[in-house]
Design a protein. Structure first.
Lengths: 241, 241
DNA sequence: GCCGATTTGTCCGTATGTATC
DNA sequence: CGATACATACGGACAAATCGG
C-alpha cells in the first residue's frame, strides 16, 4: 500500500511544475479537486502544497487558489544550497569530480575549537582537509571535523571517495539537519597553494554543522570556494507574526 | 478566541529554547504532554514543532521524542538570511542606519532585463540605487527594480527611508516569498566609489525576487555587500526521498 | 527475545472560519 | 447572497520506532 502519500503527491506536483505542465503564474487545481485526483484527504493534499511552498514553487492565496511562482533559473556556475553534498551536486550536473586528501589527523577538541564548532571540549575528532576538483579544476578547499565516536573507522581512502556515502551506506546513519553560514573572506596562503584563484583575493566561505537522525551533531564543515564557481540558493517565506 | 493557536505555541516554545529553559540536546515534553499543556489537539502541537524543525531549532526522533539542537551563534558581523530587510536587521541589532539614494529612474523592461530579473518585457519599473550605511560606514550598494503597477507612488524620499515599510504599511501589501541567490563577484568601479572596500577586490552579491501575497513578483533586488560585514545564514532539512 | 507502554509518523473525516468571486 | 477556495483546529485510527521489564 502506498503509505507516504503526501510525498508522492509532492513529487508529482513538483515534476509537473518543472516540466511546465503547470506554468508560471498558473493556478493549481483546487485542493478539493486534488482530493479526487489523488484519492486522499484534504490534509494530505495541503501537506504536499505546503512543501512546495517551502521550496518557493507555489504560493497559496486565501480564497483564490494556489499559484505557481516557480521559474527555472539559468546558472552556469556550481550550485550549492539545501543539504546536498559536493558529489551529489556534481552528479546532478553530470560533471566529473576528483577529491585529494591533503591532511588527515585525529585530534581532541579544545576550548577554542569548541567555541568555533559547537563540539564539546574533550571530544575525539577526525580532522580532514581535502581539495575538490570539478572537471579538473580545483574549486573547493574543504575542512571537516567528524565526531570519531559516530563516524568510526574513517580512513584517508574513504575521505578520497565520499565520506557522506560511507556514513549513509556503511554506517547507516541518516543526515538530517544542516545549519550553514556564508561569508566572504580574504585569501590565505593555503588557499593560494591549493586553488587556482587568478586575481581574486577573496573567496566564499561556507561553514556549518550537520546533525544525524539522533539529533547529534557529528560534523563541522568549513568550505572555501573559488568565487567564479560558487552560487548559493535559498528561498524564504514570511512567518505569521 | 485565540485562533492561530499553533503560532502561539510555536512562539512560546521558541522563546523557551532561546532562553535555555529547554537546553541544547534536551528533549521537549512529549506531544501528548503538550496537548495537555496548551489545551489543543496533537495536530496543532505537531505543526508548531514542525516550524521549529524548519528553523533548525529542534529535531524529531521517531519513537523517542523531540530534541533541541539550537545553539546561539556568536557573530559580530551583519546578519542576513530569511526575508528580513536591511532596516529590520539593523533595528534588531540596535544599530543606526542611513540610506542615500544615488539613482532613481522609471524604466521599461526589455528582453535582456527580463531574462535577468524575471519581469516581463514591457513591464513599467522603478529603478532605484541606494547606498546603505550602518553606523556611518557604507556597507551595501543596493539596486532595486519595482513593478510600478504594484508599488505606485514610490518617490526618492520614500526610498531614503524604507520602501518595505511603505509597501507594507501604506499600500497594505504583504511580502510573502523571497528567492535569493548568493555569489561572490569582482569589484566594479561603481562599488569602489560608493563603498569603502579597503583591499578587497571582491564582494558578496545577493540577488533575489520578492513576491507579494497575490503571488506576483513585484521586486527584483541586487545587493552588493562589503565582505567584512556580511554573513548569510540558512538551515536545511533533508527531504524524504 | 518478547511484550506492552510510550512516542512520533501518516492519514482520514469533519467542523468552522474567512477571503474571494 | 451563495458558492467556492483556502486556513485553522479537532479527534480518532493505525503504523512504526523505541524502551523498559
Amino acid at each position: 500500500m502506498p503509505r507516504i502519500k503526501f510525498n508522492e503527491i509532492y513529487k508529482d506536483l513538483k515534476a509537473k511544475i518543472e516540466t511546465m505542465e503547470y506554468e508560471y503564474q498558473q493556478m493549481l487545481p483546487s485542493e478539493n479537486t486534488m482530493v479526487d485526483i489523488y484519492h486522499c484527504s484534504r490534509n494530505t493534499v495541503r501537506r504536499a502544497i505546503g512543501m512546495l511552498a517551502d521550496d518557493g514553487y507555489v504560493q497559496s492565496l486565501h480564497g483564490k487558489g494556489v499559484r505557481v511562482i516557480y521559474q527555472p533559473v539559468a546558472t552556469n556556475s556550481f550550485l550549492m544550497g539545501g543539504i546536498e553534498s559536493f558529489q551529489e551536486s556534481a552528479r546532478r550536473n553530470h560533471r566529473e569530480t576528483i577529491t585529494k586528501v591533503v591532511q588527515f589527523d585525529e585530534i581532541t577538541c579544545d576550548e577554542r575549537l569548541s567555541r568555533r564548532t559547537g563540539f564539546q571540549p574533550g571530544d575525539e575528532l577526525y580532522y580532514v582537509r581535502r581539495v575538490r576538483y570539478l572537471d579538473g579544476k580545483p574549486l573547493i578547499l574543504d575542512t571537516n571535523f567528524f565526531l570519531k565516536s559516530l563516524v568510526p573507522g574513517l580512513t584517508e581512502t574513504i575521505a578520497e571517495t565520499s565520506i557522506y556515502e560511507y556514513i549513509e551506506n556503511e554506517l547507516e546513519m541518516l543526515i538530517v539537519t544542516s545549519r550553514r553560514t556564508m561569508t566572504v573572506e580574504h585569501v590565505t596562503p593555503a588557499d593560494e597553494s591549493y586553488l587556482e584563484l587568478g586575481d581574486y583575493n577573496c573567496l566564499a566561505v561556507v561553514t556549518g554543522q550537520t546533525f544525524n537522525d539522533d539529533g547529534i551533531m557529528f560534523e563541522y564543515t568549513h568550505s572555501r570556494h573559488r568565487p567564479d564557481y560558487f552560487s548559493f540558493q535559498t528561498t524564504a517565506t514570511r512567518k505569521k507574526n
